[in-house]
Write a protein that binds this ligand. Structure first.
Ligand SMILES: Nc1ncnc2c1ncn2[C@@H]1O[C@H](COP(=O)(O)OP(=O)(O)OP(=O)(O)O)[C@@H](O)[C@H]1O
Ligand SMILES: [Mg+2]
Length: 499
């Protein structure tokens, strides 16, 4: 009999104050794409970190091809033919693509044992080629967009020629074309008998790519089903254990004409050009476009995180000079970034401090002391209203699941009380249940009169929330649609229309 590649049975895992996994199971067959789904904090990543030797299980057994094994560290996992693409990017920014690819296993020259840079770069190019990426292997990781970094992670995982490949939200930052490339690779690997574990919150991807789906909830195994013949609605209700109501699109805010944010002729090199738009009080303006259309670059420039060559920003009708993020914050502009690790979260700090950090002043008493109790109280409120899954507000941010980290970033900016909020992919990596909570939250903020600019690559999200939609293509705004007239086809047309 052909053994499954992987059998995990009765798996338990405890962290201080959290039982992350309780009696969980998972099975992977050769040539199978097996999706693992569940809400944020359900235990998906933890399960896979046990399989890759990052964490040690507290109970249960792990079998590879029918034989019980111990996986005390990541090196052992690699030797056993298991590799993982992590949810959080793990590349070293100051090293080149090739150095990252071969870190710890650099090819050496025969003589004198020097690193063979040429071979390393050539091999890297070949690996990138497989994914149809043409990038210079000597480029530093820090020069690459999040999407490109993700592709490098994928190429790296492929380079181990593993029999078991785990993808923890591989597509969160990818463009349509990149996703297609990835799926083509997955098909090829599957054909060669590789087993693939696929973790994603995007239901339509699961339907497209997976053979079976295992559902987890609250650290427990719920069930495993064949993708064919199971509706995604069934999967969602298994995941959340309750019904999710999909609300209608909001109606336009009543009579709001106050321009809160206005930008005029913003330009920087080829990143973005002649950007003009206005966001009114109480309005959610969606920014659609393909990845690489210049949306994040534009947003970062408005927030002062990057420079701009030309253009003006008006807040409440007054011209403001934004030379750094500090100025932006002073004028009440908040930016929730797509890359929470780099711009949003101090992972070694406690959850409570992360929420409080940007508004420390509020927390000092008149002698300048930090009011710990107050930090706890306030961050506790956000833990509750955002449903952040954590044992306490003292938990370090790095110990939260990916989606819960995102919620902490949102909490932090909510607390700053900005009048202008720029959301860059606000629900990336967030489960369906929490998504609808975040949507409600955005709508609430708009009702309070805040001006919201929301960049999103998920069209349903844009259509669901925007009062007005701006579409960008190759650094320019190619169209503007009123929310009630916007639809998928119109937006895609504008998103791909060149000048
Ligand atoms: N190193 C750690 N220390 C303490 N708690 C942890 C640690 N890693 C994970 N947890 C907790 O274990 C639970 C499961 O987390 P896990 O990261 O596996 O969730 P997930 O299903 O991958 O969620 P997401 O969809 O948000 O990525 C969460 O409550 C999380 O906070
Ligand atoms: Mg995870």
């Amino acid at each position: 009999m052909l053994h499954p590649l992987v059998q995990m049975e009765g798996i338990d895992k405890y962290f201080p104050g959290v039982q992350a996994l309780s009696n969980c199971q998972f099975e992977l067959l050769p040539g199978e794409v097996h999706a693992l789904v569940g809400e944020n904090g359900a235990g998906k990543s933890t399960m896979m970190k046990i399989l890759t030797g990052i964490y040690q299980k507290d109970g249960g057994s792990l079998l590879l091809k029918g034989k019980e094994v111990q996986i005390p560290d990541t090196k052992t996992a690699q030797l056993l033919g298991i590799s993982i693409i992590h949810q959080e990017l793990n590349l070293i920014p100051d090293l080149t693509i090739a150095q990252n690819m071969f870190i710890g296993r650099e090819p050496r020259k025969k003589l004198r044992f020097l690193v063979d840079e040429k071979k390393m770069n050539d091999d890297t190019s070949a690996l990138l080629e497989q994914l149809n990426l043409s990038m210079d292997p000597r480029m530093k990781i820090s020069e690459l967009s999040v999407a490109k970094q993700q592709m490098i992670e994928i190429a790296k995982a492929l380079s181990f020629n593993s029999e078991v490949l785990i993808m923890d939200e591989p597509t969160a930052a990818l463009t349509e074309t990149e996703i297609n490339e990835l799926f083509r690779m997955i098909e090829k690997l599957r054909h060669n008998g590789v087993g693939i574990v696929y973790i994603s919150h995007r239901m339509e991807e699961l339907r497209r790519i997976s053979d079976r789906i295992t559902v987890m909830r609250d650290g427990r195994y719920i069930t495993t089903v064949k993708t064919q013949g199971t509706s995604m609605d069934t999967i969602i209700s298994l995941m959340v254990g309750r019904e999710i109501v999909v609300e209608k699109r909001p109606s336009l805010p009543a009579g709001s004409k106050r321009a809160v944010l206005q930008v005029s002729n913003l330009s920087r090199g080829s990143a973005f050009k002649d950007i003009n738009f206005t966001v009114h009080a109480g309005e959610i303006v969606g920014v659609a476009g393909l990845m690489g259309a210049g949306r994040t670059e534009m947003a970062r420039a408005i927030f002062g995180a990057d420079r701009m060559d030309a253009g003006e920003v008006y807040v409440d009708g007054k011209l403001v000079n934004i030379r750094g993020t500090h100025d932006a914050v002073k004028h009440g502009i908040g930016y929730l970034s797509e890359d929470r690790k780099r711009y949003g979260l101090v992972v070694d700090m406690e959850l409570g401090a992360n929420i409080a950090l940007p508004s420390l002043k509020k927390f000092r008493n008149r002698f300048g002391w930090m009011k710990d109790g107050r930090i706890e109280q306030v961050s506790g409120q956000y833990v509750e209203s955002l449903k952040i899954k954590t044992p306490s507000v003292q938990q370090k941010a790095k110990f939260l699941s990916g989606g819960n980290q995102q919620k902490v970033v949102i909490g932090k900016w909510l607390h700053r009380d900005c009048q202008i909020l720029i959301f860059d992919e606000p629900t990336r990596g967030i489960d369906v249940g929490a998504k609808s909570e975040i949507y409600a939250l955005l709508e609430d903020l708009a009702k309070q009169g805040k001006a919201i600019l929301m960049i999103s690559s998920e069209l349903p999200e844009i259509l669901r929330l925007s009062h007005r939609v701006l579409v960008m293509c190759e650094g320019r705004i190619t169209g503007e649609l009123p929310g009630e007239l916007a639809n998928q086809e119109e937006i895609m047309k504008l998103a791909t229309s060149r000048h």
